[in-house]
Design a binder for this molecule. Structure first.
Ligand code: SME
Length: 158
C-alpha cells in the first residue's frame, strides 16, 4: 500500500476534515498496531507541524513510548505523572495551554509550550494515549480534542 497524503490548507476544522478521512483510508485494512500508529503520527505531523506528536502505550502498568514524530522523548511515564500520566489516571483528555503552569509536567523538550493528551480506550480500558506538543502556547483547544478523540477511535486494536 502506498498512499499520497494531501496536506490541506484552511482553518483548523477544514484541516481536520481533510485529515480524518485520509487517516481512516490509510489505516483501513491494516491490522498492525505499530504500523498504524506510525502512519497516524506522520500524518498529524505533516498536517500541523507540531513540535512532537505520537503515542505512549500501556505496558505493565506504565506508559511506554511508541511511534512518534519529533525530538527524542522520555520512554516511560508512570500513572499520574506528567500530562500523559494524568490524562491516563483521570481517564480524560487534558488540554494544557501553558505546560510551565502544569504541576509535574514532564519536559521532554524545553521548546514545548502547550500540549494535549488524548486517552485511547479499548473495551473500557485505557490502552494508550495520543500526545501532541507545540512550541506556541495555547495551541490546542476543544476542536483538537474533538477531532483527535475521533482519530484515536479509528485505530484498530486487538
Ligand atoms: N510532556 C509529557 C511527556 C511526554 S513528551 O511531551 C513527548 C508529559 O508531561 O506527560
Amino acid at each position: 500500500m502506498a498512499e499520497d497524503f494531501i496536506k490541506a490548507s484552511g482553518n483548523k476544522i477544514e484541516q481536520y476534515n481533510s485529515l480524518v478521512p485520509q487517516i481512516a483510508a490509510v489505516i483501513a485494512g491494516e491490522s498492525d498496531l505499530i504500523a498504524n500508529l506510525a502512519n497516524i503520527s506522520a500524518m498529524l505531523k505533516t498536517q500541523f507541524n507540531w513540535l512532537w506528536v505520537g503515542f505512549y502505550w500501556v505496558k505493565n502498568n506504565e506508559l511506554v513510548l511508541g511511534p512518534f514524530q519529533g525530538p527524542i522523548a522520555c520512554t516511560r511515564i508512570q500513572k499520574g505523572k506528567g500530562v500523559c500520566g494524568s490524562a491516563w489516571q483521570q481517564a480524560q483528555t487534558l488540554i494544557v495551554p501553558d505546560v510551565n503552569a502544569f504541576p509535574g509536567h514532564i519536559a521532554c523538550s524545553s521548546l514545548s509550550q502547550s500540549e494535549i493528551v488524548v486517552p485511547i480506550i479499548h473495551k473500557g480500558n485505557i490502552v494508550g494515549v495520543l500526545d501532541a506538543d507545540a512550541i506556541l502556547p495555547a495551541q490546542f483547544d476543544e476542536t483538537d480534542q474533538l477531532y483527535l478523540e475521533q482519530i484515536v477511535q479509528l485505530i484498530p486494536i486487538e
